[in-house]
Ligand binder design. Structure first.
Ligand code: ADP
Ligand code: MG
Length: 244
């Protein structure tokens, strides 16, 4: 059974079909990339999976159980965590406290919460910033913190929304290593990314959305050669090659 099954999922905002009959499955341990122009429905798709929005039609199944329409905290407790395109840590709390909050919302687990939170801060490269108020962290560090907070929930499935946006080349490379290590450790990842070369490097499969609909779904090579993908997206992006 796939870990995640999305079946003919649809969401309208007034007259806008933000997501229209999108279907795909994701196996445990897989990393699936999602790309598409701005406004193509990528964040809405994440909101539907994570419980922030209720679909107009369609199904979202996690390990066979329908989770569409559950509240975000129930979806999180069932094993789905996310990072946001616009990061928003609890600014007044320390980095460590932010990670501990994540744990409260996630799957119930035993063990030393503080020690686990410190381990996750180390994993994302914030080992020496535990006591720092989140408001004082730089953009990359806030992104790292948000990832640690998401991981503290104990996710089976991690949703990353433009995690690498705004990072410099060295930071992008370290983010890619981190994502690879999470997948190697058994986390299943669904990631939206505009940095095409990075996504093509990380993902064995990519889904391309345009105006809310799937226009391609396949290996990076197949997707990159698809004339429709080139037409609506790749021809308009400057993220083909790593910046030097
Ligand atoms: P992407 O993440 O691919 O840039 P979004 O999912 O954010 O795209 O948006 C898809 C479409 O849905 C856009 O036309 C956007 O304006 C619209 N949209 C997204 N969220 C809302 C909302 N809460 N209310 C109304 N329209 C929305
Ligand atoms: Mg978006």
């Amino acid at each position: 059974m796939p870990l995640l099954e999305v079946e003919r999922l649809s969401k309208r905002f007034g007259g806008v079909r933000a997501v229209h009959e999108v279907s795909f499955t994701l196996d445990e341990g897989e990393l699936l990339g999602i790309m598409g122009p701005n406004g193509s429905g990528k964040t809405t798709l994440f909101n539907l999976i994570a419980g922030a929005l209720r679909p107009n039609a369609g199904r979202v199944r996690l390990q066979g159980r329908d989770i569409a329409g559950l509240s975000p905290h129930r979806v999180c407790a069932s094993g789905v965590a996310r990072t946001f395109q616009l990061v928003r840590p609890f600014a007044g709390l320390s980095a460590l406290e932010n990670v501990l909050v994540g744990r409260l919302y996630g799957r119930a687990r035993d063990g030393d919460a503080a020690a686990e939170a410190r381990r996750l801060l180390g994993l994302v490269g914030l080992g020496d910033r535990a006591a720092e108020p989140a408001a004082r962290l730089t953009l990359i560090d806030r992104k790292r913190l948000e990832l640690a907070r998401a991981l503290a929930t104990g996710p089976r499935l991690l949703l990353l929304d433009e995690f690498m946006a705004g990072l410099n080349p060295a930071e992008t490379a370290s983010a890619m290593e981190l994502i690879r290590s999470l997948v190697a450790g058994g986390t299943t990842v669904l990631m939206v990314e505009h940095i095409v070369w990075a996504l093509m490097d990380l993902a064995r499969r990519i889904l391309v959305l345009s105006a809310g609909e799937t226009i391609a779904d396949g290996s990076p090579a197949v997707v990159a050669a698809d004339p429709r993908v080139v037409d609506v997206y790749l021809g308009t992006t400057d993220r083909w090659t790593p910046a030097t």
